[in-house]
Design a protein around this ligand. Sequence first.
Ligand code: SER
Length: 317
Amino acid sequence: MKSVLVIGSTGQIGSELTMVLRRKLGGANVVAGYIQGAEPKGELLESGPHEIVDVRDAARIAEIVSNYKIDTIYNLAALLSAVAERKPLMAWDIQLNGLLAILEVAREKGCAVFTPSSIGSFGPETPRKGTPQDTIQRPRSMYGVTKVATELLSDYYFNKFRVDTRSVRFPGLISNVTLPGGGTTDYAVEIYYAAVKGEEFVCPIAAGTFMDMMYMPDALKAAIDIMEADPSKLKHRNSFNIASMSFEPEMLRAKILEYIPEFKMRYEVDPVRQAIADSWPDMMDDSCAREEWGWKPSYDLDSMTRDMIESLRKRFG
Ligand code: SER
């Protein structure tokens, strides 16, 4: 990995991954791809090249790949689960027609491709606890449908055309830089913002609903480590379960109360997001990722909470 294009560089994952890659590979070697209306700002704008690119525009992707001699594409353009339920056709278009455009360019130009999958690729028939790497994947949400298809199409391009596709199934991602937009796990980010700002948090997910979660620094490390893994050790490709913590809203409330005793929270459950959350795993088994490329997370609920609160306090005073 020497020269990278990040598509979706101003989103929740992209805004941080682009900066980590620039620090690692040099600013000039990481192109921040973005769409109109989501322009990069500040450090992201100033630290390296940026190009307008719609993930569905294969000609434009090919042009950027040629101009910058790109060898690796991070495909982070996506609608999250709750938004995808409101706009299912658009989710299909971005997630799958976009992926196909990237894979075709990658096949012609010899690029490696990372397209994240998710806990959303599982469904109600999937074993909830210790969710195996290879198991039933029958999601009911459009987000999940596109994620299963992403895994299959990415494996197809590897098996058929030897395109170097690799990826992970991300848990709900928690970060303090860019807010996620319309996911089922967003509550676990928003709760920290409310707590630090001294606002009451209205939780859209019911008490007792466990989901896999992960702190962003671990997710970024996974996205880079998988692309740098020794390919001869990989028995799987798309996509590896990765896990670090699992909690439900009451556990998160209790943990935040240790740091902010005056924190207040009540419930107003959103039926759309609750139905999605109920169909997702409680805790994935990530032993294949650990064995095949040495995956190991650093953060647990306590260390993440400490870091989130510290970082947000610096920002909001
Ligand atoms: N965080 C995503 C969502 O909630 C899941 O991958 O939609």
